[in-house]
Design a protein around this ligand. Structure first.
Ligand SMILES: [Cu+2]
Length: 666
């Protein structure tokens, strides 16, 4: 069955004459090395593959550049170009936020919801350095805001149900705007029980509950100036992580900002925007619901960030400039208290993040200009200074066990540069990009203290003497668009020197009961990562469209060993039908066997899989009211499978029937 399906996909792809990659899978558009995923309700018609009440994670997974690493059914971690959070710049409307979990249970994307956002911009490699230094790329989650164009009032309600996990989702929003003022208020609540993998296998500890409320308001302060304030409050409780040894009893975030924008300042300066922001995150881990816990632990974490940016768009002759001066101050603190079973033994207390204060400031500039004959050039540069200070003496002294001469403060300088050449030859657009980027080590990599990693079963200790990680990258992409057919291909290669990864120290003994030992973050000479993908979209008949994607990736260290969490061969294909207000699609997702796995980092050979999903939707209009109904079945054949991106091979969801209803009144 599986082989037949793979064969059908390949035939379909070959028959559409695929030579190469990067198509918009409907709700995404491609701009250079960026991809924009539309979430906003007003653009409902652009959404086909995803249900309106999908999580942000599902939306992100639509992108060809992104894979989500799953530790359960909630708070997946995004990877771009096969690189995870430390190597990416992830922001909310340009704001820096840092998770408060030492085990990566709370990626930034888990603190917003679809009700807050209008779109997500995903950018590959050094082209994504606008908001911060990066190696793999960037994700910027853009908040939904009305404009001042016209007087408008609308309100909406969304309801969703997922049969597999008995998930109930409800969201409501109210939006108002006139020529002087706008306000958007929304809230969403999600509650899900355990899900079932294929063959009715219950995945214990996969439940979650989440509540999110947000408000954005803007006021015109002059003919061309605007003041905008935004607040998001997000609270997740009782979140299970089946792939980990602990769950989360509370993950809470408050994210606030005020910005001031001036348009059309002069002939040269088009727009100048300045924002100040603050966010605070509390993360409480919980092992009290797990049976057979050898030692009960309390592991809370906190992360607070103050920041600003000031962005200017300018135009002079053929040149389009963007400057972004930004900075932040982050405080990361995490504790671990172990309660021995024998009440006569002492409690053990550690600071797993020793109250690290990170101060970063940087300047970004870009220039995009045409050089005639359908040719354009783009140059970008970012320079940053990052200082980290350990504010807690107990934490500093703990790290001095390993690094006796450790100073409490250290500074890194980072550079990110890229240049891009694009040319359009008739219906084909070619893009060449070369980039160089650096990043400083993360708090965990520099100062983490006995952080248990359930993937490879080692305790990890940070290394404050790590140098910057440096990456040289090359991207080539081609896209050909004709009336019926869009074909794209993309190849990107990364040569990363001083690649930061954990290496076993045989002299140290693990703290976690049952761990295999201790690993220290070290810099490998270099590592290489290669990503390729080919996409195609073909208009079969006026109402029928066929799309397809294949991707292949490789990642090795300087000794030729495989890097962990590198995607095997993957493919997607979908057939869409659209007529008037009706939409339907059937799609196939799959991957080949993971042959290039890393046993050193706890991976094994993950089997190939293929699953089929189908959905249908209809728009109803009654005067000023609109009702959108979407229903579908995911994993129709109830396949029991896991992918390379599933932490400790936890199986994915089996068959799931769902329905989403959106109601909007103007
Ligand atoms: Cu955690």
């Amino acid at each position: 069955m599986k082989n037949t399906l793979i064969f059908i996909v390949l035939v379909l792809l070959i028959s559409t004459n695929i030579t190469a990659q990067n198509t918009e899978i409907d709700s995404t558009t491609v701009v250079g090395l960026s991809e924009v995923i539309v979430i906003n309700k007003a653009n409902l018609k652009n959404r086909k593959l995803v249900k309106p009440l999908s999580s942000i994670d599902d939306y992100l997974e639509e992108s060809n550049k992104v894979t989500m690493i799953k530790r359960g059914n909630y708070a997946w971690e995004a990877s771009i170009n096969n690189m995870l959070s430390e190597r990416l710049s992830i922001t909310i409307d340009g704001m820096q936020i840092f998770g408060a979990c030492t085990d990566k249970m709370d990626p930034i994307t888990s603190y917003v919801d679809v009700s807050n956002l209008s779109e997500v911009k995903i950018t590959s490699g050094q082209q994504g350095a606008e908001n911060g230094s990066t190696i793999g790329g960037s994700i910027d989650l853009k908040l939904q805001k009305n404009g001042f164009d016209k007087e408008e009032f609308n309100a909406g309600i969304d309801l969703g149900y997922e049969g597999n996990s008995n998930a109930r989702i409800a969201s409501a929003e109210v939006n108002y705007s006139n020529s002087k003022f706008f306000a958007n208020v929304d809230g969403i609540h999600r509650k899900s029980d355990n899900y079932f993998a294929g063959g009715d296998e219950e995945v214990l500890f996969s439940q979650f509950e989440k509540f999110n409320i947000s408000g954005v308001a803007g006021i015109k302060t002059g003919k061309n100036s605007v003041l905008i304030g935004s607040v998001i409050y997000d609270k997740a409780t009782n979140v299970g992580y089946p792939a980990l040894t602990m769950d989360v009893s509370l993950a809470e975030a408050l994210i606030a900002s005020i910005s001031f924008e001036i348009d059309s300042i002069s002939e040269t300066i088009n727009k100048w925007e300045t924002k100040v922001y603050y966010n605070t995150i509390t993360h409480i881990m919980d092992d009290t619901k797990r049976p057979d816990v050898p030692v009960h632990m309390d592991m809370p974490g906190w992360s607070d960030t103050f920041g600003f940016y000031s962005k200017m768009y300018a135009k002079k002759d053929k040149h389009n400039f963007l400057f972004n001066f930004n900075g932040y101050y982050n405080k990361s603190l995490a504790e671990m208290t172990m309660y021995p079973n024998d009440p006569n033994e002492n409690l053990m207390f550690m600071l797993t993040w020793p109250d690290v204060r990170t101060f970063y400031t940087g300047l970004y500039g870009e220039d995009y200009f045409s050089i005639g004959n359908n040719k354009a050039l783009k140059f970008t540069a970012r320079f940053g200074v990052q200082n980290a200070t350990i504010a807690d003496d107990f934490g500093l002294n703990s790290l001095r066990i390993f690094y006796p001469n450790l100073e409490d403060s250290k500074t890194w300088f980072t550079f990110n540069l890229s240049s891009q050449f694009e040319v359009a030859i008739q219906k084909t657009k070619l893009l060449f990009n070369i980039g160089y980027g650096e990043r400083a080590p993360s708090v965990t990599e520099a100062y983490g203290f006995y952080l248990y990693n359930s993937f490879d079963n080692y305790d990890y200790i940070g290394n404050p003497y790590l140098k910057n990680e440096k990456s040289l990258e090359l991207n080539i992409s081609a896209k050909r668009t004709t009336k019926k057919l869009t074909l794209g291909a993309e190849v990107s290669g990364f040569y990363i020197s001083d690649y930061i990864i954990g290496i076993t120290d045989p002299d140290l003994i693990g703290m976690t009961i049952g761990a295999d030992g201790v690993r220290i973050y070290e810099a490998l000479d270099y590592a290489t990562i290669l990503n390729t993908n080919v996409t195609a979209s073909y208009q079969l008949f006026p109402s029928w469209r066929l799309i397809g994607m294949v991707g292949y990736n490789l990642g090795n260290d300087y000794n030729g060993n495989n890097l962990p969490l590198i995607s095997p061969f993957t493919y997607k294909t979908a057939l869409h039908f659209k007529k008037n207000l009706f939409d339907a699609d059937i799609n196939l997702d799959g991957a080949g066997k993971q042959t290039n796995y890393s046993s050193y980092f706890g991976e094994n050979e993950t089997e190939s899989y293929a699953i089929i999903n189908a959905s249908a939707s209809y728009n109803f209009y009654f005067g000023s009211q609109k009702l959108y109904v979407k229903a579908g079945v995911e994993n129709i054949f109830d396949t029991n499978y896991s992918t390379y991106a599933d932490w400790n091979n936890i199986p994915r969801m089996g068959r799931n029937c769902y329905v989403n209803i959106s109601y909007l009144i103007r």
